[in-house]
Design a protein around this ligand. Structure first.
Ligand code: ZN
Length: 331
């Protein structure tokens, strides 16, 4: 029996016309939606998708982000061979495999691209989401690639960095997509047990199951300016509660005020900021001078002699206590 397509558009259900896309500019020019400045594709790439006039952050693909963050633009992919399957044979307006094929035609193989790289000379592993691939949705491949990235960070003994941009779990994979929330958290537990840092950069938008799982578990959490960070977007909440929300609801700057984010960082400064953070977090252990050594260095030779004798005194005291213990019991 042929499956009946499911309409998922709220606008369509409510009989409204979907929002119009802005008119395409001639050639490779782009226009900033905030300040309406026009710029070429070369300028766009040079500024890593940030408007040079007003600082508006455009969406940026995962590979462009990795090229920008990695020293010399060099990184080694992790889990690239993994591809989505269609276990539920899910059909909405079109079958799931067709959606995957159209998304792949834009140049990516999934909504998460992982790689091994160096930032300011510090080795790390990065797991970067791509909103251009089915809205950055988290399915089985995203979860598995994330777990492999975390495993690789544990093997290398280095930090894991993620840049998130996602509408949430991938509905075409149903409960299998929701399971990736737990899976990603378990892999972070292993990173944590190995004493390795997890750094999160929240890009626009980070919502749903991704925000409700690994994106909110960073040891250090940065966000890009103007990024929407929330479980549900303001439009969905307003439609449900029929209440007007503040204009900055869920935005990075508001999340910073409320302590959900440690710093709002301009994308152009991100590699330098991550580089200094990695240096601080991942310094090799420095030998700590002994107490006796410190006292001798300060000219207190007498105190230094006592400090040197302390371990021996404490051993003798312990032997005496343990040796006298049975006698006190009268045996
Ligand atoms: Zn602008």
């Amino acid at each position: 029996m042929a499956r009946r397509p499911i309409s998922i558009s709220i606008d369509r259900l409510r009989g409204r016309a979907p929002a119009q896309k802005p008119a395409k500019l001639p050639g490779d020019e782009r226009s900033c939606p905030r300040c309406e400045t026009h710029f070429s594709a070369q300028e766009f790439a040079r500024n890593v998708g940030v408007c040079a006039a007003c600082g508006h952050h455009f969406p940026l693909g995962a590979r462009a982000r990795l090229d920008h963050m990695a020293d010399g633009g060099r990184w080694t992919p992790i889990g690239e061979e993994l591809r989505a399957i269609d276990p539920l044979q899910f059909v909405d307006l079109q079958p799931y495999p067709e959606r995957i094929r159209s998304a792949e035609a834009k140049g990516n193989t999934e909504a998460l691209v992982c790689g091994e790289l160096a930032i300011s000379g510090q080795t790390c592993v990065a797991a970067i989401m791509d909103f251009g691939f089915l809205g950055g949705s988290m399915g089985s491949v995203v979860g598995e690639r994330f777990a492999r990235a975390a495993d690789r960070a544990v093997e290398l003994g280095c930090p894991l960095i993620t840049v998130t941009s996602s509408g949430g779990a991938r509905m075409q994979e149903g409960v299998l997509a929701l399971m990736q929330m737990a899976k990603s958290i378990v892999s972070l537990d292993e990173l944590n047990d190995a004493g390795l840092p997890f750094i999160v950069v929240l890009a626009h938008p980070t919502t749903g199951g991704v925000w409700a799982s690994f994106a909110s578990l960073g040891d250090i959490t940065y966000a890009e300016p103007g990024a929407l960070i929330a479980f549900s977007g303001p439009r969905v909440i307003e439609q449900t509660t029929r209440e007007k929300l503040p204009s900055d609801f869920g935005l990075a700057e508001r999340q910073l005020e409320h302590g959900h984010v440690d710093s709002v960082v301009d994308r152009r400064e991100l590699p330098a900021r991550l580089g200094s953070l990695l240096r601080i977090l991942h310094q090799p252990p420095r030998p700590v001078p002994s107490l006796a050594g410190q006292l001798a260095a300060n000219g207190s030779e007498g105190a230094a002699r006592i400090a040197r004798a302390l371990p021996q005194l404490s051993r003798r005291l312990r032997d005496r206590v343990l040796g006298e213990g049975p006698q006190r019991g009268g045996q």
